[in-house]
Design a protein around this ligand. Structure first.
Ligand SMILES: C[S@@+](CC[C@H](N)C(=O)[O-])C[C@H]1O[C@@H](n2cnc3c(N)ncnc32)[C@H](O)[C@@H]1O
Length: 284
């Protein structure tokens, strides 16, 4: 009788950490519908190892086991996975370029819609609102500010930022072409600066995922900064597809200083408008 040879196990090209990370992201998706499966491995690994250290857990598998049974722990993990880091007028050259090269064209529209995707704790939204008010556009602009982190969205709605950040934000504002005194926009109290609520009175803050949700409005400007950097190519393409679909004919897309559309499937579908500042314009 012929013997059928037992195949020798083929070693997986993935490390144990990579396997555990994939299983964790799959578990989070199945249990909570948050889709981190297409974030770069490097960013997943950095964030999860940091979370393990902070939460005092021995392994990614142990984290997965607990996260599946404890929604509160998932809420804490979400703070590590989403990187809620921002600042006002971050990369001032970007805001200066918006002022000089985009605002004059936005003025030609009777009303304007702006989508700030991945708005985090709101610093980018307040910066844009200040810029648009100074340029006489805020009163006819609707801003949609979206993110997947509900805690960040709540902070964004409040518009209260740490007082120790204000010196840096003031310098950024001036370098971004600010036309006023930055202190006109906030009231300082104790440890915090509360920004003028009228700046964001008409902003719609909403939960929206670039990984799982679809387009909800036609916009003239999409600002999505320091978000795509955490996505792999497939998810970057998905997000760029949403922006392309949302933008009106010849609408504008602003990305972060380390982000570009150059190697995406959308590279031919946007023109560079202010390339060093990562501002593009819908081509087709
Ligand atoms: C580093 S912050 C960038 C904040 C701000 N745009 C800036 O440049 O200062 C990245 C933000 O992207 C959000 N984010 C991550 N994945 C997302 C997704 N799939 N859809 C929407 N927002 C996402 C995070 O919650 C986080 O608030």
């Amino acid at each position: 009788m012929n013997r059928i040879a037992t195949p020798s196990p083929v070693p997986s090209p993935l490390s144990n950490t990579e396997i555990e990370l994939r299983l964790l992201m799959e578990a989070i998706y199945l249990k909570y519908s948050y889709d981190f499966r297409n974030y770069t491995l490097a960013s997943q690994k950095r964030r999860v190892l940091h979370a393990l250290a902070q939460l005092g857990l021995p392994s990614i598998s142990a984290l997965q086991e607990k996260v599946l049974r404890d929604p509160g722990l998932f809420g804490r993990l979400l703070q590590y996975l989403t990187i809620p880091v921002s600042e006002m007028f971050r990369d001032p050259a970007y805001f200066l370029a918006l002022r000089q090269h985009v605002v004059p064209i936005l003025h030609t529209y009777p009303s304007v819609k702006v989508w700030v995707a991945g708005c985090s704790t709101g610093e980018e939204v307040f910066s844009l609102a200040i810029l648009l008010r100074e340029e006489g556009l805020l009163s006819r602009t609707q801003i949609y500010a979206t993110d997947i982190n509900p805690d960040s969205l709540e902070k964004a709605r409040q518009g209260i930022f740490p007082i120790e950040s204000i010196r840096g934000y003031t310098a950024n504002y001036q370098r971004a072409g600010g036309r006023s005194s930055f202190s006109d926009y906030y009231t300082a109290a104790y440890e915090a600066a509360r920004f003028d609520p009228s700046l964001c009175a008409d902003v719609i803050f909403a939960d929206h995922s670039l990984a799982t949700d679809s387009v909800f409005a036609e916009t003239q400007l999409v600002s999505c900064r320091n978000v795509l950097i955490y996505f792999n190519r497939e998810l970057q393409d998905r997000a760029l597809g949403l922006f392309h679909e949302s933008l009106c004919h010849r609408g504008f897309l602003g990305l972060g200083a380390k982000e570009s559309i150059d190697f995406s499937s959308y590279s031919e579908r946007f023109d560079a408008h202010a390339k060093p500042e990562r501002i593009y314009r819908k081509a087709t």
